[in-house]
Design a protein around this ligand. Structure first.
Ligand code: TMP
Length: 233
């Protein structure tokens, strides 16, 4: 069946989740490019840091000189998210656009909840409280589809380190990348747990493969679940 834009008259919210170095930003860029070629209006955004207030919050959150506990961290991420919903996500959906997010509600549940609890990072926040606060903050802006780009922690961390070497951040790994491999394994386990619980929302894809191959898998899923096409070339 041909690729078409007919089935997408209303806005749609899609999220990409996964451990560091799983390839989210590359896959979002590839999907956005393909959709734009088909003349869809696409908004690409990320958390934390997509608004002016959010930029400040991101700086604080990723600064290794601060060491907030899990609850403080959670509240900062939620403040960033609220602002993001109000100023970016909500308006784009109202305009009928496709919103692609690099991290959203599931990252909070996993990083500040599941993995923080498992690793004993600060005072743990009960998972049901995170879920409740996430719902309060995002309201109606719940993702229609979430791609979990899944790969082993060693592969993701290796790619993330490589990326830091190639960008300005030489030698300055952010607070998260300094954490042990074990923490990233917990993060991966947390995402897989969420995906198993909310099967209808998640699509779990093997992210250890080359970007072009992974993009084809993303596109197949997007076509089937969002454009509702049975078959694509
Ligand atoms: P990034 O490197 O994908 O931009 O993400 C920045 C870091 O923020 C990443 O290590 C995960 C972390 N994070 C949380 O801990 N909780 C959240 O709610 C979000 C959105 C990100």
């Amino acid at each position: 069946m041909a690729e078409t834009s007919e089935n997408l008259s209303a806005g749609v919210l899609l999220t990409f989740e996964g451990i560091e170095g799983c390839g989210k930003s590359t896959q979002i860029a590839l999907l956005a490019e393909r959709l734009r070629k088909l003349e869809h209006k696409v908004v690409v955004s990320r958390e934390p840091g997509a608004t002016r207030l959010g930029e400040h919050l991101r700086e604080l959150l990723l600064d290794p000189n601060h060491d907030p506990d899990a609850l403080t961290e959670l509240l900062l991420y939620l403040a960033d998210r609220r602002e993001h919903c109000r100023r970016v996500i909500g308006p784009a959906l109202k305009r009928g656009e496709i919103v692609l997010l690099d991290r959203f509600i599931d990252s909070t549940w996993v990083y500040q909840g599941f993995a923080a609890t498992a690793a004993g990072v600060g005072a743990a926040v009960a998972l049901e409280n995170i879920e409740m606060l996430n719902r309060l903050v995002v309201g109606a802006y719940w993702p229609r589809l979430t791609f979990l780009l899944d790969c082993p922690a060693e592969i993701g961390l290796k790619r993330a380190r490589q990326r830091n070497l190639e960008t300005a951040a030489v030698g300055v790994a952010d607070r998260f990348e300094r954490r042990q491999l074990k923490f990233h394994e917990q993060v991966r386990a947390g995402f897989l747990h969420l995906a198993a619980v909310a099967k209808e929302r998640f699509s779990v894809l093997d992210a250890a493969r080359p970007p072009a191959e992974l993009h084809n898998a993303v596109w197949q899923e997007f076509s089937r679940r969002i454009l509702q096409l049975e078959q694509v070339e």
